[in-house]
Design a protein around this ligand. Structure first.
Ligand code: SF4
Ligand code: SF4
Length: 289
């Protein structure tokens, strides 16, 4: 690959984990290489600690679909289709997802749907009546949803996942324990799943035939008592979204990166800059209709 890598994406982690298991280098939580690491290009590596964390994360997927099947009283062997949505669902190789247990092993048909929220938003714009229908669906789901965090089934199954990822419990023992708890075993993995790639790209190209960017510009204002007008906050803003004039801050919402950034607030030497003040002024705008 050209260029220098700075890190590894979630998709890359799943690919490396799946390949490592296939080649017998990974036997979670151990890595059977001389330095107990998987070394990739540009100094990027996976350590045994990473393997444990990956096992825990992927284990949450398996424990989740097993819990859902148990709660819904269906057999995983009857779940033969899986729909993968969102950016990672689009870029992760479905074969590798199956290998690492991220999706049900009985998935004979795997559909890669791409960015479904974007597609849904575009459908609603074309047909506003859809919004009401979607709200009805959301309401009906709320009454039936299963909270994994409080599900005793999830708790038991996830404790088995922890035993595998942290202590190296073998998979056959995991299945035996499921049986002892009165739950179904994880069925064998299908060998030749059909992959249906519904979209060729996650997000369509910009341009005449693709997406158009619509920028909605508004400004929010806030007054900060005790401001010395030093301009540090405005100078630190990476997007040039912020103007400071004698204690009055104005931020352009089309440029500002929001709560994920907060360089303005963090840089204020007087500790008087409070980003939340913009948000409360936004609420007032909406409250006034
Ligand atoms: S949050 Fe970041 S982008 Fe937004 S005004 Fe503050 S520094 Fe600028
Ligand atoms: S950094 Fe703080 S004191 Fe300086 S202009 Fe911004 S709000 Fe005022």
């Amino acid at each position: 690959m050209d260029g220098k890598s700075n890190g590894i994406t979630g998709t890359g982690v799943i690919a490396a984990f799946s390949l490592g298991m296939d080649m017998g280098i990974i036997s979670a939580p151990k890595i059977k290489s001389p330095d107990h690491m998987i070394n990739m290009q540009d100094g990027i590596y996976l350590s045994e600690k990473d393997i444990t964390m990956i096992g825990k994360a992927l284990g949450a997927f398996r424990a989740a679909y097993l819990t859902l099947a148990e709660e819904a009283e269906i057999l995983l062997t009857d779940v033969d289709s899986t729909y993968m949505a969102g950016a990672s669902g689009f870029y992760v190789d479905p074969h590798k997802s199956l290998d690492v247990g991220q999706i049900p092993p009985s998935s004979k048909d795997i559909y890669q749907l791409g960015n479904t929220s974007l597609a849904m938003a575009s459908d609603i714009v074309m047909n506003p009546d859809l919004l009401g229908k979607l709200q009805e669906i959301a309401k009906s789901m709320r009454s039936k949803h299963i909270m994994l965090a409080t599900s005793p089934i999830f708790e038991k199954i996830y404790s088995l996942e922890l035993a595998m990822s942290e202590q190296g419990m073998p998979f056959w023992m995991y299945n035996d324990w499921l049986n002892k708890y009165g739950y179904q075993k994880v069925p064998p993995k299908v060998t030749d799943p059909q992959i249906h790639r519904i979209f060729e790209r996650d997000i369509k190209e910009l341009g005449n035939e693709g997406l158009k960017l619509v920028k909605i510009q508004s400004t929010l204002e806030a007054i900060f008592e005790g401001c010395t007008n030093c301009q540090t906050c405005a100078n630190k803003c990476p997007e040039c979204a912020l103007k400071m004039e004698n204690g009055k801050a104005t931020v352009r919402t089309d440029l500002c990166n929001g709560m994920g950034c907060l360089k303005c607030e963090l840089s204020c030497p007087e500790k008087v800059f409070k980003f939340g003040k913009f948000l409360s002024s936004m609420k007032e705008i909406y409250a006034c209709g």
